[in-house]
Write a protein that binds this ligand. Structure first.
Ligand code: NAD
Length: 349
């Protein structure tokens, strides 16, 4: 079966990564050309020997182009997606796929009408740190998980230009937030009960430079999701509690551990410790006899590359690894998070 020829629209950081690596290194797809609205980025494409289109119309009228990868600022995804689908191209769109649920519904409708595939690039479902947490969740290694804290803390503010502006879909909820929420909903197949959220505006932009959300699921799981960009000391990437133990993953280097309660006949009381001006047994470390330390599990990703899957969806009608219904649920949650942060209220689903 012939390779799928892609045009990369938006040759910035992520478009460049798709063009140079993700598409180029895959056996089923290839980069036919690139387009960027900025001349300097088109010139950069030329210097790297890519075929360069001067306008989007030129891309869409090229019969050899079978699919378009959209890696432009968030507010421009919708228009480019609809034009591309209507021109008969399949589309892979970067996250956050759209700025609202209704925009997403409009695009999916055009995808259905034209019979062209529309898929979102939610790549962090295959991050090793997330796969470990999902493994703990599914196998109940430290008992049934009931508390999941998923955080990313940076110290460098918001990068780039458009990410500082609400009108372009800037802000951290629509940036890292989308990844963390996608991971959460991909793992927990239970309806959400309530959402409470708050946003930070430390940088003084008109969009959030961080947010925290407290999400309670109907199956009892409580999730704390947090993205911050002004933290010079970071908290662990993951902190999870199960009924039989606690797990931590500090960073993407996968440092961390599990501490499990040991099943013993004899109860060993913890030794009280001095805590400030008082003594405490409640907050003392658990006795060594009552706990067991374990390494984090090694989890092999059953990884069908994203573009292999896209190829199979287009050529053989396979199930997409990232389904539009899943992506839509994340957008619904994002709208609830904005609503909660703006009103200061807990939102009931
Ligand atoms: P960027 O600013 O580095 O690049 C965006 C490029 O799009 C720029 O070169 C700009 O000139 C161009 N552009 C703007 N409007 C355009 C238009 N109408 N038509 C054609 N080109 C246009 O931004 P980035 O970091 O590459 O982010 C792009 C998209 O990729 C965003 O949606 C972002 O959320 C996503 N992204 C995803 C990941 C991931 O891990 N999946 C990582 C980074 C970025």
């Amino acid at each position: 079966m012939s390779k799928i020829k892609f045009a990369v629209v938006g040759f910035g950081g992520m478009g460049g990564h798709h063009a140079r690596h993700l598409i180029r290194e895959n056996n089923h797809v290839e980069v036919h050309g690139i387009y960027d609205i900025k001349e300097e980025r088109r010139e950069a494409g030329q210097e790297e020997d890519f075929k360069v289109y001067q306008t989007l119309e030129e891309v869409l009228s090229d019969k050899e182009v079978e699919a378009v990868l959209i890696a432009t600022p968030n507010d421009s995804h919708k228009e480019i997606a609809i034009e591309s689908l209507k021109a008969g191209k399949h589309v892979v769109c970067e996250k956050p796929v759209m700025m609202s649920v209704s925009d997403f519904d409009d695009v999916v409708k055009v995808s259905e009408e034209t019979g062209k595939v529309f898929m979102t690039h939610q790549n962090r479902r295959w991050d090793s740190d997330f796969l470990i947490i999902r493994d703990l969740y599914n196998k109940e290694t430290i008992g049934e998980l009931f508390q999941i804290e998923s955080r990313v803390h940076g110290a460098n503010g918001i990068p780039g230009d458009w990410r500082h502006l609400k009108a372009h879909g800037g802000g951290m909820l629509l940036d890292w937030g989308v990844h963390l929420l996608d991971q959460l909903l991909f793992m927990i197949k239970s309806p959400i009960k309530t959402v409470y959220s708050d946003m930070s505006f430390v940088l003084g932009d008109d969009c959030d430079d961080g947010f925290m959300s407290y999400i309670i699921f109907e199956n009892g799981v409580r999730a704390h999701i947090e993205v911050e960009t002004s933290n010079f000391i970071k908290l662990p990437r993951w902190y999870v509690k199960g009924y039989k133990g606690t797990g931590v993953i500090h960073d993407w280097d996968l440092s961390g551990e599990l501490v499990l309660q040991r099943e013993t006949d004899v109860k060993h009381e913890p030794t009280p410790i001095q805590a400030g001006q008082g003594l405490t047994k409640t907050m003392a470390p658990p006795s060594e006899e009552m706990t067991e330390r374990r390494s984090l599990p090694v989890v092999e990703a059953e990884y069908e590359s994203y573009y292999d899957n896209f190829f199979n969806v287009v050529r053989q009608d396979a199930e997409p690894v990232v389904k539009n219904s899943e992506v839509r649920e994340v957008l619904v949650l994002i709208e609830r998070i904005f609503e909660s942060a703006e009103t200061g209220k807990t939102i009931t689903y």
